[in-house]
Ligand binder design. Structure first.
Ligand SMILES: Nc1nc2c(c(CN[C@H]3C=C[C@H](O)[C@@H]3O)cn2[C@@H]2O[C@H](COP(=O)(O)O)[C@@H](O)[C@H]2O)c(=O)[nH]1
Length: 306
């Protein structure tokens, strides 16, 4: 995750559409230093959990599809998590590797109890097939085998995910430099850690190495908190719900500055209190805050990464 940390920090030094406001960072760190509001993983009660390998399979499928809900105003992450949960509860072999390779768009819609095409449906189906095929080829069809081969290291898991599954390679080029964000690969590690409460499949010695997950909710929350400032042209684009092109400077700056800013909040809290704070905890708090705020306006980019 060092690549994520260093390359996003570099973007923050070059950024012009988005600025990290250090007085905002100071304010947030000061407010949160004594207690970071604890948000329970699955605070919404929407995820499948049976404390075993099937949960790992579920989380991999979930994070394979965990991106871009906004093109359909009524679609959200909750539909995905609960739809996949219901699917698995009624058919325990629904996410077997051979079946993942065969799903069609309409079948996926049915799983999510959705009557119209899903946002980026063809990509969702393609990514499911990719994961099923590679699981079968390299991990005996089991996501649990993939996790077992990581020696309790979240960094190793992210490296393995991005080397085996091209769909998880969330990186881009900004001003000629390669920038790593790895949102869905990192969130998979975080979901394991959260679901299994740091035990068993979620036991990662280096969970502190993970950064936040740069999606479209967290930047909007950071802007609300005064941690990120947008140039007025970008502010207008977001307010008007105009799409931002994937890989554009604006998009990369929004995501990279969010990662960098939360790293700085973390450092400052540690400096003030002597205690280590995890990005995963800060992320969950920021994200939960964001989705409970219906008026929050976020940037809109068609992307398979977040
Ligand atoms: N940074 C960050 N981004 C996250 C999540 C999660 C879900 N994590 C679950 C895991 C345990 C907890 O119980 C959470 O429920 C989804 N997203 C992103 O949000 C967006 C969806 O928004 P909307 O269209 O409103 O549903 C989309 O980009 C999606 O990829 C997170 O935790 N952190």
């Amino acid at each position: 995750m060092e690549q994520v940390r260093s390359t996003t920090a570099w973007v923050a030094t070059q950024s012009s559409h988005v600025t990290v406001d250090f007085s905002g960072i100071e304010k947030v760190a000061e407010t949160m230093k004594n207690s970071i509001p604890k948000v329970e993983w699955d605070f919404e009660g929407i995820h499948y959990f049976d404390n075993g390998p099937l949960t790992v399979q579920y989380l991999l499928v979930l994070d394979t599809l965990n991106f871009c809900f906004w093109p359909d105003e009524e679609m959200s992450y909750d539909h995905l998590a609960s739809g996949l949960k219901a699917t698995l509860e009624s058919d325990k072999s629904a996410f077997d590797a051979d079946r993942l390779q065969k799903y069609t768009g309409p079948q996926l819609r049915k799983m999510l109890n959705w009557s119209r095409p899903l946002p980026l449906e063809d990509e969702r189906v393609r990514l499911l097939h990719e994961v099923g095929l590679e699981l079968e080829k390299s991990f005996e069809g089991k996501a649990s085998k993939l996790v077992e081969s990581c020696d309790n290291s979240a960094a190793k898991l992210v490296a393995l995910m991005t080397s085996h599954f091209p769909g998880f390679r969330d990186h881009t080029v900004y001003k000629g430099h390669q920038i790593f964000l790895y949102k869905r690969a990192q969130i998979f590690a975080a979901d394991l850690w959260g679901a299994f409460k740091g035990q068993g499949y979620g036991d990662f010695e280096d969970i502190s190495s993970i950064t936040i997950f740069a999606d479209y909710i967290v930047p909007a929350v950071l802007q609300q908190l005064g941690v990120l400032r947008y140039r007025s042209s970008l502010d207008n684009i977001i307010k008007k719900n105009t799409e931002i092109i994937s890989g554009s400077e604006e998009e990369v700056e929004l995501r990279a500055c969010s990662v960098y800013a939360v790293e700085k909040i973390k450092e400052l809290i540690s400096k003030k209190t002597g205690k280590q704070v995890l990005s995963v905890e800060l992320d969950l708090w920021l994200w939960a805050f964001g989705i409970q705020c219906p008026s929050l306006q976020h940037h809109r980019t068609l992307s398979i990464y977040y």
